[in-house]
Design a protein around this ligand. Sequence first.
Ligand code: CAA
Length: 264
Amino acid sequence: MSSSTKSDYANIKLGREGAIGIVTLNRPGALNALSMGLIRDILAGLTELESDPDIKSIIITGGPRTFSAGADIKEMSDMGPIDALKAGHLEIFDQIQTKIKKPIIAAVSGYCFGGGLELAMACDMIIASESSRLGQPEINVGVMPGAGGTQRLTRTIGKYKAMDLILSGRQITAREAFDWGLVSRIVPDESYLSEAKRLANDLASKSPLAIRVAKECVNKALDSNLSEGVQFERKNFYILLGSEDKAEGMKAFSEKRKPVFKGK
Ligand code: CAA
């Protein structure tokens, strides 16, 4: 399959391979440290892919040595509270979760620290290579996670493990992260990207409507009580019953063939 790029960004590479879009963080000299420019480019790239009707699923990745070593400490060292408030770059992590309706897979290799882990946690699935390392080391530079880490991590792995990671700033292995429910799959180092592409292609073959609504419902579980969440799920399930994709999926099942979904 061929890879094509439509737009040029200073800090990311944006690729398309069939129905999947790939955002590659591209500040290798700074271990993909999340400068404001990089964070803005990530959202712009994702927004471009979100509005492309040919793209059905998205991968965010870095390079083999690093997914991202976190927020750009050099940039942050001169930043005051009002600068950060005005820049609004930390809000972008929430926008990734709320604005992008297509499924996003974080393909992680190497370092995945601080804001890098927060970026991965704003995605829908995390595929990590065996030797990758994850952590929230912000405490070591006198701050704490500021892009959703204290909240998303705690909801994902629970209070005591989250406290362990955030207060000690230690690194954990992909295996530990997997055992804690922090990554979806661990794969051999050489296949983190190919496995992410395989998964992205698989997601691209499903009903885009069902994927979108299921993603919203799972995210709702992190943000609501059980009865609210179950009600949200039920109403969304009813909505899907009216879709052409539901008719096609069930017809294809009866006819013992593969469904062809149109996202309608
Ligand atoms: N910000 C800016 N630059 C960074 C960086 C970061 N987070 N992480 C690495 N770099 C730069 C280094 O300064 C270095 O640049 P120079 O060659 O110009 O000196 C280059 O990337 C390579 O880094 P190292 O030489 O340190 O590479 P290493 O392999 O020896 O160590 C590392 C890798 C363990 C990841 C180490 O670089 C490190 O500890 N980085 C900082 C990790 C961190 O504290 N992240 C949290 C940031 S705060 C945050 O994320 C807040 C938030 O939640 C929003």
